[in-house]
Design a protein around this ligand. Structure first.
Ligand SMILES: Nc1ncnc2c1ncn2[C@@H]1O[C@H](COP(=O)(O)OP(=O)(O)O)[C@@H](O)[C@H]1O
Ligand SMILES: [Zn+2]
Length: 178
């Protein structure tokens, strides 16, 4: 979410607290993005929808475009593992590379392996905020599991383990639709 605009500043305040940005903001972004040329041959949405209202809006947007979702992928991970992954994440101020203090430690502490820029911890990756994001998930996002199961397009995988294994599991599950 880039800097200066009033809307950007408002959104950042929600994000830093670990709350969802208001639906008007995200819905408009998704509507605009899906209308662009390169989305016509297919698209993958990551982190949207995050609540039932967004899911209903998404169905309307897709109806208007004459499209529909083929699959919704649910990644299941133990909660304490999620806390470890996010609270140990470090992002580069310069090139947006993402590393992890334990799982992908930089050669020099707090220095990006890719560009030598400074690694920092996102405000919302602080442990207290991660735990709040999990509460928000259970309250607002988890209902989408049954929403999409009812639509018959939910695909669930266990997302614990090495990145390449989880990637392989996701690809296989999306091919088989189960
Ligand atoms: N669909 C959405 N609706 C509302 N806010 C969102 C949505 N997606 C992302 N955000 C905002 O952006 C923040 C960070 O997004 P998130 O997907 O958790 O980041 P990451 O995938 O990098 O961990 C969220 O906590 C929330 O404030
Ligand atoms: Zn970098």
């Amino acid at each position: 979410m880039s800097g200066g605009t009033e809307l950007g500043k408002q959104a950042k305040a929600y994000m830093d607290r670990g709350d969802l940005v208001p639906d008007e903001v995200t819905n408009a972004m998704v509507r605009d993005r899906l209308a662009q040329q390169d989305a016509q041959g297919g698209f993958l949405l990551d982190g949207f929808p995050r609540n039932v209202a967004q899911a209903e809006t998404l169905n309307k947007i897709l109806d208007d475009l004459g499209e529909r979702l083929d699959a919704v992928l649910e990644l299941k991970v133990d909660e304490e593992e999620i806390v470890k992954r996010l609270s140990g994440r470090r992002s580069c101020r310069n090139c947006n590379n993402v590393q992890h203090v334990v799982y992908d430690p930089p050669a020099t502490e707090d220095v990006c392996d890719v560009c030598g820029g400074e690694l920092f911890q996102r405000e919302d990756d602080r442990e207290e905020v991660v735990r709040h994001r999990l509460d928000v998930y259970h309250e607002q996002t988890e209902p989408l599991v049954s929403f999409y199961a009812n639509e018959g397009i939910l695909v669930t995988i266990e997302a614990t383990g090495p990145v390449d294994e989880v990637t392989a599991r996701a690809k296989a599950a999306l091919r088989n639709g189960s």
